[in-house]
Structures are given as C-alpha cells and as structure tokens.
Write a new protein. Structure first.
Length: 364
C-alpha cells in the first residue's frame, strides 16, 4: 500500500510539474487592433495550451529528436528546380512543390535555415503543402544544396537582392498568385532584412519569422557554446572548405576558415558577404537595423529554451515589437530551436500553428 501511495504521489508531482513548466498557452504580445485580434482568433494553436512532448525533458533532447526525424524522413521529390543566375554570376534557386495547382492558388515562399537545403527542409515543406494546400516555393541561397559558389560571394544572412530576384521569378511564373513567406532561423533574417528595406513596396501579403536571432551583433555571443562551435564547424565544412578555390584569394579567408564558433565566423564573414569591414557587415546584413520599417503583417515565433537564438535576444527587442501595430510575437516555454514538438507522438506544433495563421488570411 505504501509503495502504491509513493508511486501515485510521484506521478502527481510529475504531472503537476509538466503542467506548471511545459503545458502552457503561448505568451502573445501584440497591439490590439481588428486585424491582429482576428488573426489570433483564427489561429487555434495560439489560444490553447501547447502540450510540449513530455518525454523530451529538455531543449537538447528536442534537438536530438529533430535531427533524427530530419535524417530519416522520406526523401522529397520537388516538382522542379529553377536555377537563377544573378548579375555577378552567382546562382540561387527556386524549388517548387504544387506546380499542378490552379494559377491563382496562394504561394508560400520558404526561406531555409543557416545550412539548409531542399532535403533538410522536406519535413516542413511536405507538411505545409499537404495541410495548407498552397504552392510552395523554396528559395535556396547561394552555395546551398548542390549549388557551388560561382563567385566569391556568400552570406549566411542571405542577400536581399538575390531574394528580390527570386520573388520576381515567382511572380513571373504565377502572376495571379498571392504571395506569403516564412523564414526559418537564418532564413527569417533574410526575410526581415528584405521586408524592412522595401517597406510597403512588396508583393508579399504576410510573413512569419520562425526562431529569429534579432540583432546579429549580439545574438551569436549568447548561443550555447556546444551548438555555436558545432555550427561554425558545419558552416566551414559545407560552404568554406568546398569553395576554397573560389574564396582563397580573400584577405579574410584564413581567419574565416579557422573560426571556432558562430560569433567568430560572422566576425570574419564580412569580405565574403561583400562588406568592407566587420562593422559594416554587422550594419548592412543585420535585420535589426531595418526591422522597424516592416509594414506587412508578421508573426514572430520564439521559444524561451532556445539554445541558439537565446531568449535575451527577444527581450531586448520586445519594446520594438510592442510599438509596431503589424507584429504578433509568440513566445513558448518549450520548443528549443525550430523543434516545437507536441503530444506523446511528437507532432510538429509550430508547423500546425503556421498553417493555421496563413489559413486565417483566407478566412478574413
């Protein structure tokens, strides 16, 4: 009897701890106006508890499972890849899914992660295509996927001129399609830069920034050292070492290739990114410098336990979000970096929320 009582007491404690620390409604920060209130109302995930997967007991477990799922997911065959050559000879691509849909079907532009490629994005792309029913245009940046660098020009934060060219190509392919956009991790930096630079002069109707880092001058100094070092090593392996013949003439090449963490990598990326100095790079490629000029509706999603894009990045910019009538900031206690699993079977909560948010625009 005593043993049973102890087991039941422990079970109650575990369940209580879960509900107190994990199973919470998202924190929403936004100005109360008709559009924001309607969008929140029509996005059910924002109005209910987010039941974070209980057996993923910390942020690291979530990232391990995310990596496992990405690694073993069924390969995705895209409908077509359009490779675009920029004026300087560099190449980007638009990878399509849903080309068979009617021309006036909305198109979701997806901007991938810092080391992303068409296959690493397949889980997100497949979910959105199947559940939202829209056409997908994955905007792949220079050097990513199977594209090598054709010129000595590469930026983890992306190139807004390249992105503008991708948008123009998408519009030319489907002139009757409304455009929406989601930027994931570093992809949200490209998206925010572009939207901040162009203001109202964009065909994109609404956007989501998924786990953004905000001000890159400080953001990478706060990343958990293990992940920061691992990602710097990965960036060198994927983009710098394979393109040595294209990049080795640059003065900063040796420092860049020897970078030990994310902050150091970006301190040394300035020349490859087309800037004269680290200071100018941090100004010219920093989404934070133009964030206040974003004019379209945008939802921002961050997790308090993100080991890469630290919650302090959010807090120091929260006052700016509060001053903007077109922004909805969503914060969760669990979610790690672009994981956001829910339920015992680890379903993708963030993907569901993103689907609901964009669906809301067709319901208004």
């Amino acid at each position: 009897m005593t043993t049973l009582f102890i087991i039941l007491a422990l079970l109650v404690l575990v369940v209580t701890y879960y509900f107190v620390t994990a199973a919470k409604k998202p924190y929403l920060i936004f100005q109360k106006n008709p559009l924001n209130e309607a969008l929140v109302k029509h996005t059910p995930a924002l109005n209910k508890r987010y039941f974070a997967t209980p057996w993923m007991f910390n942020t690291h477990m979530q990232l391990i499972v995310l990596g496992f799922i990405k690694g073993f997911a069924k390969p995705l065959i895209y409908d077509r890849q359009d490779i675009l050559t920029m004026d300087d000879g560099g190449q980007v691509s638009v990878d399509w899914l849903g080309l068979d849909l009617p021309d006036d079907t909305p198109t979701l532009l997806v901007l991938h992660t810092i080391s992303g490629n068409p296959q690493s994005m397949r889980g997100f792309v497949r979910y959105i295509r199947e559940n939202l029913g829209w056409r997908i245009a994955l905007c792949v940046r220079r050097g990513h996927g199977e594209m090598t660098l054709k010129t000595a020009s590469f930026n983890t934060m992306g190139n807004t001129d390249d992105f503008a060219e991708q948008i123009e190509h998408i519009q030319n392919c489907f002139p009757n399609s409304d455009l929406y956009a989601t930027g994931i991790s570093a992809g949200s930096g490209v998206l925010a830069q572009y939207l901040g630079k162009v203001g109202e002069n964009t065909p994109i109707k609404a956007a989501i920034a998924y786990c953004p880092a905000y001000d890159m001058r400080h953001a990478f100094t706060r990343a958990v050292p293990f992940y920061s070092k691992m990602m710097a090593k990965k960036l060198n392996k994927l983009f710098i070492t394979p393109n040595k013949q294209t990049l080795k003439h640059l003065v900063s090449y040796e420092q860049l290739s020897a970078s030990q963490d994310l902050h150091e990598f970006h301190q040394n990326l300035y020349e490859v990114a087309g800037s004269e100095s680290t200071e100018k790079y941090m100004q010219e490629s920093n989404p934070s410098t133009v964030f206040d000029n974003i004019k379209i509706p945008i939802l921002i999603l961050n997790s308090k336990d993100d080991p890469v894009c630290h919650i302090d990045n959010v807090y120091e910019n929260q006052h700016r979000v509060e001053a903007m009538s077109n922004v909805i900031l969503v914060l969760t206690d669990r979610g790690s970096h672009c994981a956001f699993f829910e339920g015992i079977t680890a379903k993708p909560w963030a993907n569901r929320m993103i689907k609901e948010y964009f669906s809301a625009f067709t319901a208004l």
